[in-house]
Design a protein around this ligand. Structure first.
Ligand code: HEC
Ligand code: HEC
Ligand code: HEC
Ligand code: HEC
Length: 222
């Protein structure tokens, strides 16, 4: 009886000793000490965007976001990473006030530039196209061909690069007077798209509320 108890104690101690290093290893593997080896930010895990009801924006979808969305949720940037960017998809794609000239509703392909068969006039510098017909609300409804998130191609700078992505710099035609766009990571792509229209629209009508300053877009959103 005594012998059995002794054996049990020895056994318990041995198991105890063995579990200590395991526990230590688990602590060492915890996220707080692993910041240098976090998985790359792919835009979907964790999601880079959610709608205001909390639903994640997937890598591609056949339905337009029906609620305002919040972008830049997965940033690791030390200064801007805590902040997110609101974007009202419905207003930007149906309301003339949210357009360049204040008269013509912005076409889908103004933003979703790969969702058309070929380069439009004045955008001959675009090379990549993935849709047989120009994307419109009706074309989406009829074709049920998914639309890709910008982040499917415009990677976050901490993501692993491939030969193709993030897309390489675009050299604009001389008459546009624009600088080449640099490596088209997500910040460069969205900033070029969003801010260039906001600047032009505000120039046309200074009363518009189209944000151009960092903190007017990157905000604390609960
Ligand atoms: C002002 C720019 C802009 C316009 C105009 C616009 N979109 Fe979008 N759209 C976006 C952005 C930004 C997203 C979010 C993409 C992301 O998550 O990176 C989006 C998301 C989407 C999605 C969901 C994609 C996904 O990954 O879930 C669909 C579908 C879509 N748009 C279709 C359309 C259609 C159809 C039109 C025209 C009627 C249109 N969009 C007009 C900017 C725009
Ligand atoms: C019109 C709105 C708008 C303005 C103005 C704006 N940003 Fe952004 N910014 C965005 C959007 C949208 C993204 C990409 C979001 C995503 O990938 O989900 C972004 C991405 C970024 C990122 C990359 C985050 C990451 O790690 O993925 C940084 C850094 C950044 N912005 C900083 C700035 C700074 C600095 C300014 C001012 C000079 C600025 N932004 C102005 C909308 C804006
Ligand atoms: C299927 C991949 C893909 C998707 C999806 C995509 N892009 Fe691009 N983007 C590219 C490539 C490739 C280029 C370089 C030009 C070319 O080869 O067409 C580019 C270039 C750009 C440029 C620079 C050219 C210009 O017109 O000034 C901007 C800005 C841009 N993308 C914004 C966006 C935004 C905003 C979205 C989402 C609404 C988006 N992109 C979705 C692949 C993509
Ligand atoms: C083709 C032009 C155009 C593009 C592209 C565009 N916007 Fe706008 N946006 C506007 C205009 C114009 C307004 C001002 C509307 C007003 O004053 O009522 C606006 C207003 C806004 C506002 C203020 C709130 C609101 O919805 O009225 C935010 C935030 C915003 N845009 C974010 C973005 C982001 C983020 C992108 C890029 C993904 C973007 N916009 C792309 C034209 C554009």
């Amino acid at each position: 009886m005594e012998m059995k108890l002794k054996l049990f104690v020895i056994l318990a101690l041995t198991v105890g000793c063995l579990t200590v290093p395991v526990a230590d290893k688990a602590a060492w593997l915890s996220p707080s000490t692993m910041t240098n080896s976090l998985p790359p930010l792919d835009g979907t895990n964790p999601p880079h965007a959610v709608d205001i009801a909390g639903k994640a924006i997937p890598e591609s979808s056949t339905t337009q976001p029906d609620k305002p969305i919040i972008l830049a949720k997965d940033s690791e940037d030390p200064k801007w990473g805590e902040l997110s960017t609101p974007f009202d998809h419905a207003k930007h794609s149906t309301d003339v006030v949210h357009s360049l000239d204040g008269k013509t509703v912005t076409s889908c392909v103004e933003c979703h530039h790969t969702e058309q068969p070929s380069a439009p006039k004045d955008q001959e510098y675009l090379k990549r196209f993935e849709r047989k017909e120009i994307l419109t609300a009706a074309q989406l409804e009829a074709s049920k061909q998914p639309v890709k998130s910008c982040r499917a191609c415009h990677f976050n700078s901490s993501s692993d690069e491939t030969n193709e992505f993030p897309p390489k710099s675009v050299t604009y035609p001389k008459q546009m007077g624009k600088q080449p766009s640099g490596k088209l990571t997500n910040d460069v792509a969205y900033h070029t798209n969003c801010i260039s229209c906001h600047e032009a629209a505000t120039k046309r009508d200074p009363k518009l509320k189209a944000p151009e300053a960092c903190r007017d877009c990157h905000k604390k959103i609960s």
